[in-house]
Design a protein around this ligand. Structure first.
Ligand SMILES: Nc1nc2c(ncn2[C@@H]2O[C@H](COP(=O)(O)OP(=O)(O)O[C@H]3O[C@H](CO)[C@@H](O)[C@H](O)[C@@H]3O)[C@@H](O)[C@H]2O)c(=O)[nH]1
Length: 342
């Protein structure tokens, strides 16, 4: 493989709001940089942040309701033109969610050597024909999906089987034993109904024997929860590193469960909604348990059971190693090689 590839990584969702695709794309860019390549991340966003990699920010995004969530996309024609210009000349243009309106699709159309990654999982709906039309106009050399769930959606829209390469996380070192009052954590956008914060709040009202802590942007509040709001990546790691349990009460539409991998990587146990994508990530029953989607009483029972039978944090950490960039990054580079560089 030739070293020193120029890679344009396009994230269609705004970097102003934390999200799974942005986490993955920034982590991939940092890993590529460490490996001696030259990545740039192109994305909507208005805040200059030190992401540790070159960023091309394309300005303010507009919120679109989709799949039970809000997608913050850059759809102005000027932004699409900027994205198309920004990817010109790159050895590889790697677009995440290439069928989203705005910069994702514009960058895909402009790319010479295109690799795409599909993240979303959603049932067939009124937007599928439009996405199908868009897909016919693109000719990626490699098509990736982050999970079986994302692959099924990509296949139903494009008619093509993608190769599965999971999302990856930046793994911290070995975790330490927990001490002090037990801690149950929520991580995600609080106002995004799909993330299930309301279920978390109900569980917090039912379980007295632990402190319930929420991290993530949004205005939702509960008197039974200690709210940290949006936190830095360093604080996110610190809080997960002190948590006994990540409670993930998400309701639907999850394609992967990055937050589960992140929590396990920090040594926390997972108690999560019974979603196929979550089971695929947290597949070690010694550190993960599941409850029926939306059932706060069952979640409370699962949390109490775990609090009375704590896990060995090292087991959780080990189960997340397969999602580390040292494991996943080389597979992405192989996809670039299959796309014809090196
Ligand atoms: N630093 C920081 N990070 C946060 C905060 N709140 C959320 N995050 C990060 O934002 C990301 C949220 O990811 P998901 O919960 O997985 O949400 P998503 O944006 O809906 O992601 C979609 O794509 C993911 C990647 O393919 C999928 O994992 C997910 O299921 C979904 O389809 C995670 O990396 C989480 O740590 C915060 O306050 N601070």
């Amino acid at each position: 493989m030739s070293s020193d590839l120029t890679v344009a990584l396009v994230c269609p969702y705004s970097l102003d709001t934390p999200g799974g695709v942005a986490t993955h794309v920034l982590g991939l860019a940092r890993w590529l940089l460490r490996e001696g390549h030259r990545p740039t991340v192109i994305a909507p966003g208005t805040r200059e942040v030190d992401a540790g990699v070159p960023l091309t920010l394309l300005g303010r995004a507009t919120g679109f309701r989709f799949n039970g969530s809000v997608a913050e996309l850059a759809v102005r024609p000027a932004q699409a033109r900027m994205a198309a210009r920004a990817v010109r000349g790159a050895d590889i243009v790697h677009v995440h969610e290439p069928l989203t309106p705005g910069i994702g699709y514009a960058a895909s159309r402009a790319a010479e050597r295109l690799v795409v990654t599909h993240h979303a999982s959603f049932p067939a709906g009124p937007l599928n024909p439009l996405a199908r039309l868009r897909s016919r106009r693109l000719n990626p050399r490699v098509r990736i999906a982050v999970s079986d769930a994302a692959a099924a959606t990509a296949r139903s829209v494009t008619g093509i089987d993608p190769v599965i390469i999971p999302n990856a996380i930046e793994l911290p070192g070995m975790p330490v034993e927990r001490s002090g009052r037990p801690r149950v954590v929520f991580l995600g956008r609080l106002d995004d109904p799909r993330k299930g914060f309301q279920v978390f709040a109900r569980v917090a009202g039912l379980v007295q024997e632990a402190e319930f802590v929420a991290m993530g942007p949004g205005a939702a509040r509960s008197p039974d929860v200690h709210h940290l709001g949006r936190v830095s990546d360093a604080v996110r790691l610190e809080v997960l590193g002190s948590a006994d349990i990540l409670l993930a009460p998400n309701l639907h539409g999850e394609s992967f469960g990055l937050i589960l991998a992140e929590a396990l990587g920090c040594g926390a146990a997972v108690v999560a909604s019974d979603l196929p994508a979550f089971r695929a990530v947290a597949d070690d029953h010694r550190v993960a348990s599941f409850f029926p989607v939306g059932d706060a009483r069952a979640a409370a029972t699962a949390v109490r059971r775990r609090l009375s039978d704590p896990i060995d944090p090292i087991l959780a950490w080990r189960s997340a190693q397969r999602f580390g960039w040292d494991q996943v990054g080389p597979r992405v580079l192989s996809a670039y090689r299959a796309a014809g560089v090196g």
